[in-house]
Design a protein around this ligand. Structure first.
Ligand code: AHR
Length: 621
């Protein structure tokens, strides 16, 4: 039996109320084709490598570039009656198909004009993967001025791989632009909103923080390809399309049709944070392109700094300020209450600290309470890492974003990582991490167990580690570039990985203060394969213990909390366990899920039997 003692630490260790959250990036079709509920790929015909990518055209269809209704998306299509029996029209393939459900309503909208004064008839159809017509509507385009047209479609059956067809049924020509199809049901019923099931999975995590929009896409392969938040606000039709930074061969996979519509833009991100109850953590480009690509450095940093200042004004400024007014016009006069901003992602060169310093000066001068987050580069160790940390300390930035995609051994050996961190230096934001269980990098239960064990060290050191987000978040099973990922999905379903459940267990049971948990007077950080930490939740009046048994033997533990002077008599034990190799899949989503049982406690000790290779959360009331 392992006698484990729990007592108050010498100095109070508060746990940040937003400590556990999510990191979002448009990678693996995470936004376009994923969370963003738009079902049409290349809706404005502006993919730069091919304006009709995602569209099958037949008959007489041309791409036009002058006279478009939205100047930042200059292409549109002209459909001309070909006189042939086969007609003229276009078919959109969606993002690896269009997922539609029987009986649900889908709203199609597009901009069109007749190019003579005659009205034009169109037939709109949802076509199944078996080429059958699932729903159709006939409609008229009545004007030779650009106008918005909308129709509703309700498919007769469910199909994850449907298509949308627009067929010209009149003589003459018609122009077509910004063809958009949304499910009527979006998360919280928002217009231009999020896919309901994916957003709900985020809400179910109860994230405290939401970091966006990446990741490498912030920096871009070149500076021209960086994410520019100003392009992502205002009317969706006029947000310029950008080639996604992940539109290249990676991990032996290639998705040449990966572009960002910016439909999920900064306004939508802030709104989503509000809907999720999470603090928004936007990250902006620091004037340097991605360290894995060109590493191009800007000649003039001033516009980049101005973008950061304007972003804060967009989020928090009054409705009379330049950018606050745009937020208000988009439908949110109240400020979004942004509290922190990340500068740069994973930069490792010498330019970064210098750029960061200039950002910090400008931001603190105007917004002294804003928390600024720097970076320690892509690796969690090494010379570069030490150099960057020294620089971050010199600059006295508020938090440092550390990333680690490491193997199981690293995670198990690093549970004490933060025990020795400087208590006077910047705080840590563990902004991207995941255990990579080689060689397949599966979302195996073993990877989740190693993360759970490691995270006891985050919790124990909550005075230093203020924020933590697993990465990446989403992956489309047919269009991913990177794994492992927390949530996998296809066009209609999703699966929560074992790693998701670990994050959820920590987020739901984060407590308000960390306790001192020791075995033989030492922190429990892997002795005989055991890892543990404990918190008190003052608001819920709970004592919470998290313990991972990574060994192959079952262990008997006896928690003694008599020194806390708490008298707990009931509670529950939540357990996550399974075969180490197993991962949840779309067809078998429940291989590894938490199970719960009631437990009773006598006085101030708790005895428990921990199965081999298992993770447990005890919640005592
Ligand atoms: O999460 C995937 C990528 O990993 C991110 O874009 C980047 O920050 C890191 O290298």
């Amino acid at each position: 039996t392992y006698e484990i003692s729990i007592k108050k630490p010498k100095k109070e260790i508060p746990v940040q109320s937003n400590m556990y959250g999510v990191f979002f990036e448009d990678i693996n079709f995470g936004a376009d084709g994923g969370l963003y509920a738009e079902l049409i790929k290349n809706r404005s015909f502006d993919f730069t490598n091919s304006p009709t990518m995602g569209w099958l055209t037949y008959g007489d269809v041309s791409v036009e570039t002058t006279g478009a209704p939205f100047e930042r998306n200059p292409n549109y299509l002209r459909l001309t009656n070909s006189g042939l029996l086969t007609g003229t029209g276009v078919i959109n393939e969606g993002f690896r198909g269009i997922g539609v459900k029987e009986g649900e309503m889908y709203q199609l909208s597009f901009y069109a004009r007749s190019i003579d004064s005659e009205a034009k008839n169109l037939r709109i159809e949802l076509i199944s993967s078996g080429a059958e017509i699932m729903a159709h509507v006939d409609m008229e385009v009545t004007s030779d001025d650009w106008g918005k047209y909308s129709v509703e479609l309700s498919p007769a059956w469910t199909d994850p791989h449907a298509k949308l067809r627009i067929d010209l049924r009149s003589l003459g020509s018609i122009d077509l632009e910004h063809v958009s199809l949304f499910p009527e049901k979006t998360f919280k019923g928002r217009e231009n909103g999020m896919r309901q099931d994916l957003a709900q999975a985020l809400a179910d995590l109860k994230p405290g923080i939401f970091r966006f929009p990446g990741g490498c896409i912030i920096e871009g392969n070149s500076l021209e390809m960086r994410y520019q938040w100003k392009n992502s606000v205002g009317p969706v039709e006029n947000r310029p399309v950008l080639e996604n930074r992940w539109n290249y061969e990676f991990q032996h996979r290639f998705t040449p049709d990966y572009f960002q519509s910016y439909g999920l833009g900064f306004y939508e991100y802030f709104l989503l944070c509000e809907d999720l109850g999470a603090d928004a953590l936007p990250v902006v480009n620091c004037g340097i392109a991605c360290q894995y690509a060109t590493e191009e450095v800007c000649e003039d940093l001033e516009p980049y700094i101005q973008d950061a200042l304007d972003l804060i004004e967009f989020a928090n400024g009054s409705v009379t300020s330049t950018w606050g007014k745009i937020r208000a016009e988009m439908g949110h006069p109240e400020p979004f209450n942004m509290k922190m901003i990340g500068i740069g992602n994973e930069q490792w060169g010498e330019d970064f600290p210098n750029h960061l310093e200039q950002f910090m000066k400008a931001i603190y001068a105007k917004y002294p309470d804003m928390l600024v987050i720097g970076s320690s580069g892509p690796s969690a160790d090494g010379e570069q890492f030490d150099y960057l940390w020294d620089e971050m300390k010199r600059l006295d930035v508020d938090l440092v974003d550390e990333h680690y995609y490491k193997d199981p051994e690293w995670f198990l050996n690093s549970a004490d990582r933060y025990d020795s961190y400087d208590r006077k230096g910047p705080k840590v934001f563990a902004g991207e991490y995941a255990c990579h269980d080689h060689p397949q990098k599966k979302n195996s239960f073993y990877s989740a167990l190693c993360e759970a064990a490691f995270m006891t060290g985050l919790e124990r050191n909550a005075d230093v580690v203020h924020l933590a987000t697993y990465a990446p978040l989403f992956a489309h099973v047919d269009a991913w570039q990177w794994k492992p990922d927390m949530i996998w999905f296809d066009n209609l379903r999703l699966v929560k990985s074992a790693n998701y459940y670990v994050q959820q267990l920590y987020a739901h049971h984060k407590g308000t203060r960390a306790m001192d948990l020791t075995w033989n007077k030492e922190n429990l950080t892997g002795q005989d394969g055991l890892y543990a930490s404990s918190v008190i939740d003052d608001e819920k009046d709970q004592l919470i213990i998290k313990i991972a048994n990574t060994s192959k033997e079952s262990k008997t533990v006896n928690f003694d909390f008599s020194k806390l002077k708490l008298d707990k008599n009931s509670g529950k034990q939540i357990t996550l366990m399974g075969d180490l190799e197993v991962e949840n899949t779309l067809d078998n989503p429940d291989w590894i899920v938490p199970t719960e049982k009631a437990i009773s406690i006598s006085g101030t000790t708790l005895k428990a039997e921990l199965e081999p290779e298992s993770f447990h959360v005890f919640v005592l009331k």
